[in-house]
Design a binder for this molecule. Structure first.
Ligand code: FE2
Length: 268
């Protein structure tokens, strides 16, 4: 059903993203203009460095974390964060660069536009772009919607919308955790907005982004084992439950406002 939703919503997302990229004027980072402005890194002695893509491949770059690897402890351990960011996310970046390097015509596109037009890509690279472009997009958001000394509850219009949609913030968290725990195998659990402006909880497999289903991702948790296994082993529900302690609500609220803006443009 979701695939039948109007493509105008996606077009608006694309237009908005281009606008964000131009506003930020971040040069080589233009291709990172998915749904996120790049946050200013916090300088700390243990801050992870940006990992450069393979030589000659500059389509996308691995963004530096805006906090140290150990900043989310005790909820997410430093080793998990380091491997997750500098190995897993870096692998998505490098693989995407490797494949796009072979197709110069695609280098002017953004990751979002590639994902929105998968069917038009050469068949031999379609799944690679889907998996690694999605992996890059999803993780770029993931690092931003978490922060040390955060958690708590959302405020403003997002809090109201969650109450209206799910009954209460606690009920939302419970449904979100349930969906995340029930995702079979690797994937993500999301709070997303549909083109009608409604919030919904969805899951995606592998590294699929909600934008493949015309949904705007507002908040997402990574339920691949690489996100939690070192600390939580097979206890994914415990990871899901404790993860709320590191959610960066101001960033999530910003994404919600952005989604609302796009939806209102669609409705007007
Ligand atoms: Fe991940």
């Amino acid at each position: 059903m979701l695939r039948t939703l109007p493509s105008k919503f996606l077009k608006l997302i694309t237009i908005s993203l281009i606008g964000i990229a131009l506003t930020l004027t971040i040069g080589a980072c233009e291709h990172l203009s998915q749904f996120l402005p790049v946050a200013s890194p916090t300088a700390t002695p243990t801050e992870p460095a940006t990992v450069s893509p393979a030589a000659g491949s500059t389509f996308v770059e691995l963004p530096a974390l805006p906090y140290a690897y150990n900043a989310l402890e005790p909820y997410i351990d430093a080793q998990t964060m380091e491997i997750h960011h500098s190995k897993h996310h870096a692998a998505y970046v490098n693989k995407l660069n490797e494949v796009i390097q072979q197709y110069p015509d695609l280098q002017t596109q953004t990751v979002v536009s590639l994902l929105q037009s998968l069917e038009s890509l050469p068949e031999e690279i379609r799944s690679t772009v889907r998996n690694n472009g999605g992996g890059h997009l999803n993780h770029s958001m993931f690092w931003q919607i978490m922060a040390p000394n955060s958690g708590g509850t959302p405020s403003g219009e997002l809090a109201t919308a969650l109450d209206q949609t799910f009954g209460s913030f606690d009920a939302f968290k419970q449904q979100f955790n349930q969906a995340g725990a029930g995702q079979f195998g690797s994937g993500w659990v999301w709070l997303a907005m549909n083109p009608q402006g409604q919030l919904q909880i969805v899951t995606t497999s592998n590294q699929d982004s909600p934008i493949l289903e015309n949904l705007y991702p507002i908040l997402g948790n990574d339920v691949w084992e690489h996100a939690y296994y070192l600390q939580y082993q097979n206890r994914r529900p415990e990871y899901l439950d404790r993860w709320w302690n590191v959610v960066n609500w101001p960033e999530v609220e910003r994404r919600f406002a952005q989604a609302q803006e796009l939806q209102q443009q669609l409705a007007s």
